[in-house]
Write a new protein. Structure first.
Length: 129
């Protein structure tokens, strides 16, 4: 978990890099090139995406920032994104914070790791995720 926190902290302050192809983006975070993402690699991948959503770069997201996404992230309907935001905003303050994002990343990782191999393979990763 500490590695996720450190990775997230590094990415939160770096300018986001837009990628046109989500698969190419996913592969760029597979540092050991084993065609699967470890928890740390997945944390880096998701953190990079979340940085792009933080329009004012204040380290937290409003519902509006979370729902208004770059074109390449438009695979999820806005109403579904609003539901996710509501579910992930644990303290119901209207902001999704770094701590809440870290918990969501970890939860997503274990949910996606269907075979419990402690890595998410290309087959386990949903399209557009």
């Amino acid at each position: 978990m500490k590695k996720i926190v450190a990775s997230f902290a590094c990415f939160i302050f770096l300018p986001a890099v837009c990628y046109a192809e989500s698969t190419a983006l996913w592969r760029s975070f597979d540092l050991d090139k084993d065609n699967a993402l470890s928890l740390q690699e997945f944390g880096n991948y998701r953190s990079n995406q979340y940085v792009e959503l933080d329009a004012d770069m204040d380290g937290k997201w409003t519902r509006r920032e979370f729902v208004q996404r770059p074109d390449y992230m438009q695979s999820i309907r806005p109403d579904e994104l609003r539901k996710k935001f509501k579910r992930w905003d644990k303290n119901k303050d209207g902001y999704w914070t770094q701590g809440e994002a870290e918990k969501a990343i970890k939860g997503n990782f274990y949910w996606l790791d269907k075979d419990k191999s402690k890595a998410i393979s290309m087959d386990e990763m949903p399209k557009g995720f």
